[in-house]
Design a binder for this molecule. Sequence first.
Ligand code: FAD
Length: 468
Amino acid sequence: MTDPAPATSGEATTYDIVVLGGGSGGYACALRAAELGLSVALVEEGKLGGTCLHRGCIPTKALLHAGEVADATRESAQFGVQATFDGIDIAAVNAYKDGVVGRLFKGLTGLIKSRKITVVTGHGRLVAPNAVDVDGQRVEGRHVVLASGSYSRSLPGLEIDGERVITSEHALDLQRLPTSAVVLGGGVIGVEFASAWRSFGVEVTIVEALPRLVPAEDEEVSKALERAFRKRGIAFKTGVRFAGVEPTDDGVRVSLESGDPIDADLLLVAVGRGPSTADLGYEEVGITMDRGFVLTDERLRTNVEGVFAVGDIVPGLQLAHRGFGQGIFVAEEIAGLAPVPIDELGIPRVTYCEPEISSVGLTEAQAQEVYGADAVGSLTYDLAGNGKSQILRTQGFVKLVRQKDGPVVGVHIIGSRVSEQVGEAQLIYNWEAYPEEVAQLVHAHPTQNEAMGEAFLALAGKPLHTHG
Ligand SMILES: Cc1cc2nc3c(=O)[nH]c(=O)nc-3n(C[C@H](O)[C@H](O)[C@H](O)COP(=O)(O)OP(=O)(O)OC[C@H]3O[C@@H](n4cnc5c(N)ncnc54)[C@H](O)[C@@H]3O)c2cc1C
């Protein structure tokens, strides 16, 4: 690896790449580019690591883990362990969460420094296809990578006050746990907070306008999650539209178009994330946009020569690892390595509520649409037959969707801890494996991963621990 140094002529410095935004997409691009010997300026107005590290993936998963510990303590007698659950010390939970984030932030900052990436701190604005203005300082690059990320959306007329009507950013920083909460939105972020809060003892009601929770997942998965949430005492109303919210003496009253208002201490608005692209000069430089998103081709090039875009501002899955993958792709593209474009459907998706959900590829309904109903088969393997899942006392299943006489085109899993199963699922999908090929591979016993092996044995026509 050579030390990347920007080209200088007189006063002006030209980097190989200027990256606007130091979140998952932007910093991954910067790291890979530097590794390839390119000079990089990384413009960031907040903290390196962006949403995922500071306000997203990492802190939410710390909360969910604290919730898992609380649940395990409450349920310990089921396993013959005597323990009493005395309650949640939210200040201590926050300290644990902040400690995790802090350590990762320190590591990331050190990594960026060690790769000799120039971090330019301040508010960036694209002023030319090859230049970003950072609070009056012009930073030039042969290429510019837009990676300005996303923000929590609200609904028209729904004002976020940060106390009673909050977004996920505020929810991560609560100094006091609510007794009750309404979560507006039954997508990934909504169900994750609902799950963690329920584990902390909060009375939660989710309101979702679409007919089911986690509506982007396979329908069977949504049904299983709804059953599990009912059992856990998480209330939800689906197919119901939000009408408004007003303050009460000690909280909020959330009204719905269907009537039956809900009173709670607070309302968490989790209705999705919009692209952070307003007033950043993108349109002025001529970049084609659609409702605030930056449009790119499959090589992540915008319509303006030399300008690329990665992460949440590019339409598609808003996931940190998609940002990492896209960032690496763009760095390699600029370095001339001609990387293979990323298959969006091959990006694994995980929802970390309890029970967890993992998926990759097409849902059964999508597969039927793409290939025709007659050309698609599916198989569901119940975790009841899986030893490790019985030990953990979790319910759920592995569902496989395949093209008849063809490869597996979708894997969908629900159950405690199944996030870790998504790795094999994505290899199977991305390698276009046939069930018969996967069925040949031996899976370790007793693991939850074995359920995947069993599902493939059954789909290949040689079921082992499967009834009927
Ligand atoms: C509550 C929550 C939980 C999540 N959980 C997960 C999860 O478990 N797994 C997962 O894969 N994804 C998760 N995500 C999504 C994930 O955080 C995002 O997909 C990811 O952070 C997107 O990366 P990005 O680089 O596009 O943008 P961001 O991470 O948003 O980074 C953009 C960066 O650009 C900076 N910036 C923006 N504009 C400017 C400017 N003008 N000048 C200078 N700097 C600027 C911002 O300060 C920010 O640091 C979660 C998100 C949320 C909100």
